[in-house]
Design a protein around this ligand. Structure first.
Ligand code: FPP
Length: 277
């Protein structure tokens, strides 16, 4: 985990004292925590290792301005860039973004193709930032449902970054949490049928190993923008002990300052994992 030296308080638009407080937390965290301990820690003053975001409100952002919905998605893409940088500054190592759900396929064709073009553009134009910062790209979801151009670019960047561990960007594309769990159950059932494993071997660890991205730790913090308070079929297995953070800010307006506010709020939470204080 990198220590975020040199934060430009002016650009963040937050009080210097807030940032200093925040940096103290990050340094304390980096010095004192092992990964294991972080998972079990009460969470107080900790920086989340993994943040997952339901990026909601692009359409409303555009409507408020009399713009086509795609303009909202475009500005949402700028928020993706800002939040990726904010992860580096704050020391968040894993970022999962809900960019397209299995349910989103019912949207108008023009919106879907606009979103897919945005994804291809992001993968092409921002790939260099992933390399510069040794960020590895992962995709979770039914990749085979995506247009060939998206599959091709995503696979190319996944392969080009697979040796990196500076950070991890996980894009959820044609993703559904129930489909993910059903897929894991199907694979496990196949192994039981073939005799590779016995029914008694099936436990939580085994299910987790058959999900889309088995090596990624569960999210510590789940953020949803735009005032909606739903999980919408996102990471259903993985968020069982995540802290939830809901904000009225629409995704295109959610930038570094808003991200840091969420991280600070997480630092004030007490995580007990079923234990007592
Ligand atoms: C939800 O807002 C947002 C989406 C379904 C798409 C998210 C996609 C992006 C932010 C585009 C760029 C992504 C990457 C990774 C470059 P909504 O359209 O449901 O908003 P509404 O509820 O206000 O209509």
């Amino acid at each position: 985990m990198s220590v975020p030296f040199g934060v430009d308080t002016g650009r963040l638009g937050v009080q210097k004292s807030q940032v200093n407080y925040f940096l103290q937390l990050v340094r304390k965290e980096n010095n004192a925590m092992t990964d294991e301990k972080r998972q079990k820690d009460s969470g107080t003053n900790a920086v989340p290792r993994h943040v997952a975001i339901i990026m909601d409100g692009n359409g409303r952002w555009a409507r408020k301005r009399g713009l086509p919905r795609l303009k909202g998605h475009e500005q949402g893409g700028e928020s993706v860039r800002a939040v990726l940088r904010a992860c580096r500054k704050t020391g968040v190592k894993y970022l999962t973004l809900y960019a397209f759900s299995v349910e989103n396929w019912i949207r108008p064709k023009s919106e879907i193709s606009g979103l897919m073009s945005l994804l291809v553009r992001f993968l092409k134009q921002d790939e260099h930032e992933l390399h510069e910062n040794k960020v590895r790209l992962h995709v979770i979801g039914k990749m085979e449902d995506l247009p060939k151009a998206v599959q091709k670019e995503a696979l190319r960047v996944i392969r080009a970054t697979e040796g990196y561990d500076g950070g991890h960007l996980i894009l959820a594309l044609s993703y559904g949490g129930r489909a993910e769990i059903a897929g894991a159950a199907r694979q496990i059932a196949g192994k039981v049928k073939s005799g590779e494993i016995k029914p008694d071997d099936v436990d939580e660890k085994m299910v987790a190993r058959h999900l889309y991205a088995p090596g990624i730790p569960d999210p510590d913090l789940l953020i949803r923008t735009s005032g909606e308070m739903r999980v919408s079929n996102f990471l259903l297995w993985q968020i069982s002990y995540s802290e939830f953070y809901f904000t009225d800010v629409l995704w295109p307006d959610f930038r570094e300052k808003e991200f840091i506010e969420a991280i600070e709020e997480y630092g004030r939470r007490s995580r007990r994992f079923g234990d007592i204080e």
